[in-house]
Design a protein. Structure first.
Length: 141
């Protein structure tokens, strides 16, 4: 009987952890700003990805908000790179995340109208610059 109760308790905790709602952009931003420098690269990378997807979703209804989010993506990517360089942690993972982010940004930019792609050019350039700084640190002689 105790064994059955114990199993139900464990299953209850497992299901409760899966039912957790995903963090909003504001919650993730607050958590990243308050986090230890060693955790910030991961959190800012995750934030940049969420902001990019939010920008893509918002584009059809509010293009101005989407453009603002694209600039925030670049800000978050730069913060991820900076935190990784300062902490000397997660440099390789952050480099991979930023490379994938730049690729995804290019993919998303091609789905937007040609006239609306201008914010992406500058933002992609900023992400690629942050990516290059990581590569320079990783492969310096």
């Amino acid at each position: 009987m105790r064994r059955i109760i114990f199993i139900f308790v464990i299953l209850g905790f497992a299901f409760a952890s899966f039912a957790k709602e995903p963090e909003t952009i504001d919650q993730l931003k607050a958590r990243a700003e308050a986090a230890d420098i060693t955790k910030q690269p991961e959190l800012y990378s995750k934030l940049a990805k969420q902001q990019l997807e939010a920008a893509n979703d918002a584009y059809s209804t509010n293009a101005d908000q989407a453009r603002s989010l694209v600039n925030q993506v670049a800000d978050s990517a730069e913060k991820a790179s900076s935190a990784s360089l300062k902490s000397n942690r997660r440099e390789k993972k952050t480099e991979i995340d930023l490379r994938q982010l730049a690729k995804r940004m290019d993919d998303v930019a091609h789905t937007w109208a040609f006239e609306d792609r201008e914010p992406f050019k500058a933002a992609i350039q900023r992400v690629e610059t942050a990516h290059s700084k990581l590569l320079d640190r990783m492969f310096e002689k």
